[in-house]
Write a protein that binds this ligand. Structure first.
Ligand code: GLP
Length: 254
C-alpha cells in the first residue's frame, strides 16, 4: 500500500509528527537519517515543530545513511555539511550523539564494520528515513547490492553520479565512491519511511510496483520489511495502480 499525500509539505508535516512521537516515547531514540532534496522539507518542518513544542532532542542518537569518500565535513557537498545546514545546527542536539560515516578515513574497512556495530550498540534504529535514487538505490546501495550487506564502500553508478552532478561544478568533481549503510542495516530498523516526491520518480515507483523483490532494484528490499511505509506526493504516485494508493486524512497538528 502506498500512502499518497497532496504534496511534499503534507508529507513533511506527517513525518515531523511521527518523529516527535518517537522522541516523546523514548527521548534517547536512535534515528536513521537521510540526505537529498527530498528530505529538506521534512527537516525544515521538524525544526519548526520541535521549537514550537519545546521538545528535548538533546538525548537522541542519529546515524546517517551515507557519505561521499574523499570529502571532508567542511566540503559544501558532503552529507556532513548538508546535515549541519538543514538539521544539526538548528536544534540543541548533543554533537557526540550524531553519526555519519567518515569520508576521509584511511581505514575504510574497519570504519564500515564499526559503523554497523555502533548502530546495533545504540539499540538499533527506531525510525529510518529513506529517499530513493531514480535507479532504485537506497542510501548508496546501487543495483546489484546484496540484501545482507552491512556498511560498505561502493563505487557510484554513472546514473547516480549524473543525478548528483547538479550539486557540483562539474561531473569531474562528483566523487566516484561513497560509504553507505548496507541494506541489512537499513532493514534492521524497527520502522522505515521511504519518501518519494516529484514526477521524475514516477517511473521508479512503477518499477517498484511491478518488480518483485530483486537486488537490481535495491528499494524492493523494503517489501520484505513488516513496518516499511512508502510516502509519495501525487506526482511520484501518478503511474501507480490507484487501488494500491491510500490517501490519509491530513491533520495540521504537529
Ligand atoms: C543520493 C543519496 C540518497 C538519496 C538520493 C535521492 O544519492 N545517497 O540517500 O535518497 O540521493 O536524492 P533526492 O532526494 O535529492 O532525489
Amino acid at each position: 500500500m502506498f500512502l499518497v499525500f497532496p504534496d511534499s509539505t503534507a508529507i513533511a508535516a506527517h513525518l515531523s509528527a511521527r518523529l516527535q512521537d518517537i522522541i516523546r516515547q523514548d527521548p534517547q531514540a536512535t534515528l536513521g537519517l537521510a540526505t537529498g532534496g527530498t528530505m529538506e522539507p521534512i527537516y525544515a518542518r521538524f525544526v519548526q515543530d520541535v521549537r514550537a513544542n519545546g521538545l528535548d532532542v538533546s538525548k537522541i542518537n542519529s546515524f546517517n545513511l551515507d557519505e561521499y569518500v574523499g570529502l571532508s565535513g567542511q566540503h559544501e557537498q558532503s552529507y556532513a555539511h548538508y546535515m549541519q545546514q538543514h538539521l544539526f545546527s538548528q536544534l540543541p542536539f548533543e554533537a557526540a550523539h550524531l553519526h555519519l560515516p567518515n569520508g576521509l578515513t584511511t581505514e575504510l574497512e574497519q570504519h564500515c564494520q564499526e559503523y554497523s556495530a555502533a548502530i546495533a550498540a545504540c539499540g538499533g534504529v527506531a525510525l529510518q528515513l529513506l529517499g530513493v535514487g531514480t535507479n532504485g538505490h537506497i542510501g548508496f546501495n546501487e543495483p546489484g547490492t546484496p540484501f545482507d550487506s552491512g556498511t560498505h564502500v561502493v563505487a557510484l553508478s554513472e546514473r547516480t553520479r549524473i543525478d548528483n552532478s547538479r550539486f557540483f561544478d562539474s561531473m569531474d568533481e562528483v566523487p566516484a565512491s561513497a560509504i553507505t549503510m548496507g541494506i541489512a542495516d537499513i532493514l534492521s530498523a524497527r520502522e522505515i519511511a521511504l519518501v518519494v516526491t516529484g514526477e521524475h520518480k514516477a517511473r521508479t515507483m512503477l518499477n517498484y510496483q511491478e518488480g518483485g523483490v530483486t537486488p537490481e532494484l535495491p528499494f524492493t528490499a523494503l517489501k520484505q520489511h513488516a513496518n516499511a511505509h512508502i510516502l509519495l506526493d501525487e506526482a511520484a504516485a501518478s503511474l501507480l495502480d490507484p487501488s494500491l494508493c491510500h490517501r490519509p486524512l491530513i491533520s495540521q497538528a504537529a
